[in-house]
Design a protein around this ligand. Structure first.
Ligand code: S3P
Length: 175
């Protein structure tokens, strides 16, 4: 039986906000992978990207995922790119049901539009084009990793949390 829940999905699909409320509802611990990476590196994600580059960030992400994957009774909100390295998914899968949050490109664009530097991969002239391109490339990675897929369209955080809880009850590997 798996006692953890790992939330995956593109930037702006609500992993962090949903993860917090979900953990609260199920009396589980909550960990945001990006926050753990920042804490360990002593700098922000944008600083890691600009000073050290994306590859260095991915290495930190692999280390943080490895450690978090061993926890129990924990909801983990992963960064959007966690699926890019299969080792992360293999490790998470051992103790976590993997829940994939989806949203339309329009909703993602709307939710991420207000961030200036928060998401280094979306700092682009043509942000809509960038979201579309990245989404298309990543979709198969998310789909392959997912145990459960939850469409967040038209739902607020509480609505997404309820939907996840319903789907978890139907999932045999989660207790
Ligand atoms: C990334 C997503 C970000 C963060 C980093 C890279 C990605 O997390 O890990 O900027 O590659 O999709 P969020 O999905 O929480 O924005």
């Amino acid at each position: 039986m798996k006692s953890n829940i790992a939330l995956i999905g593109f930037m702006g699909t609500g992993k962090t906000a949903v993860g917090r409320v979900l953990a609260d509802r199920l009396s589980m611990q909550f960990i945001e992978l990006d926050a753990l990476i920042e804490q360990r590196a002593g700098k922000t994600i944008p600083e890691i990207f600009t000073q050290d580059g994306e590859i260095a960030f991915r290495e930190l992400e692999i280390e943080a995922t490895r450690d978090v994957a061993e926890k129990e009774n924990t909801v983990v909100a992963c960064g959007g790119g966690v699926v890019l390295n299969q080792i992360n998914i293999d490790r998470l899968r051992k103790h976590s049901v993997i829940v994939y949050l989806t949203a339309s490109p329009e909703a993602i664009l709307k939710r991420t539009l207000s961030d200036k530097n928060e998401r280094p991969l979306l700092v682009a002239e043509d942000k809509a084009g960038e979201v579309k391109k990245l989404l298309e490339f990543r979709q198969p990675f998310y789909e392959r990793a997912a145990d459960i897929t939850v469409d967040t369209s038209g739902l607020d955080v509480a609505g997404v949390v309820e939907k996840i809880i319903t789907r978890l009850k139907e999932n045999e590997s989660y207790h």
